[in-house]
Design a protein around this ligand. Structure first.
Ligand SMILES: Nc1ncnc2c1ncn2[C@@H]1O[C@H](COP(=O)(O)OP(=O)(O)OP(=O)(O)O)[C@@H](O)[C@H]1O
Length: 259
């Protein structure tokens, strides 16, 4: 087994996967989830991963997050940074206030109280939730809860964000607003983002580059740069054209596997 390792200072990629294979289980039960995936993500790049259900997108994110180990190949994250991870479910502590949820990673890092307070206030401003600091998660909408989750992830001060369908459970209008907010935060903080989505339009709206994985075992079968200038609109003809191209390739791939 090759464990996750750190990138030497000379390497310029924020995230580098080289020949990554992931097998779950053994013998008859073995499932080949990823097969020889190589992907370099530049610092500040926004990469969207799309692919059919079960093609290994979450597996790939988990490997980059260090939550699991590769079967062969290497996964490297620049400067040994611990990436921040965000899921479809915000996974907030329901008994804590919004501010206390965002404060949690700062507490775990041992920051002094005054510094924590200032950071929480700043982070809640970043996600436009300053007025909701004392509310509890159940008092918020789904979109607001995801913004709390984003603020909590940003509290880690990581340069790399891994997002696994973070807006998948939200209505289209809320998603639109969060696309704008995420894009602003990404560009202001020069974050590197690896974003998994089933929604090809969302990928075209957000990405610098869209990477398409084959049906299981996941291999990279197509990659395209999205050259549409920002700010973008998800319903613009340019975004629709890119989404149509990726959808066609995805349909061909899914059809090939009879899924
Ligand atoms: N812990 C595990 N043990 C065994 N098989 C697993 C495990 N985790 C994932 N798999 C299998 O590996 C394959 C890839 O799963 P993964 O969740 O990465 O796909 P995905 O592309 O994220 O799927 P979806 O789009 O449906 O969320 C699937 O066939 C899945 O059943």
């Amino acid at each position: 087994m090759t464990a996750t390792t750190t990138v030497p200072a000379s390497t310029t990629d924020a995230v580098a996967l080289s020949g990554v294979t992931k097998v779950y289980g053994r013998g008859d039960q073995a499932v080949l989830a990823l097969d020889g995936v190589s992907l370099d993500v530049a610092p500040g790049e926004f990469v969207c991963l799309v692919g059919a259900s079960g093609c290994g997108k979450s597996t790939l994110l988990n490997l980059v997050a260090g939550l699991d180990t590769v079967s062969s190949g290497t996964v490297r994250v620049a400067d040994n940074a611990d990436p921040g991870l965000m899921f479809q479910e915000p996974a907030l502590f329901p008994w804590l206030t919004v501010a206390a949820n965002v404060e949690m990673p700062l507490r775990l890092r041992g920051l002094p109280r005054a510094e924590r307070r200032a950071r929480v206030a700043e982070l809640l401003d970043v996600v436009h939730l300053g007025e909701f600091a004392r509310r509890r998660p159940h008092e918020l909408s789904g979109g607001m809860r995801q913004r709390v989750a984003l603020a909590r992830t940003l509290a880690l001060d990581t340069p790399v964000l891994l997002m696994d369908e973070p807006f998948g459970a939200l209505d289209a209008m809320t998603r639109d607003v969060l696309h704008d907010e995420l894009e602003r935060i990404w560009s202001e903080r020069r974050l590197t983002v690896l974003f998994v989505t089933h929604n090809v339009r969302e990928a075209a709206r957000l990405a610098d580059r869209i990477v398409l994985l084959s049906s299981r075992p996941g291999r990279i079968i197509y990659s395209t740069r999205v050259e549409v200038p920002r700010p973008r609109r998800i319903d613009s003809p340019e975004i629709a054209a890119i989404a149509a191209e990726v959808t066609t390739r995805l349909r061909t791939e899914v059809g090939r596997h009879g899924q």
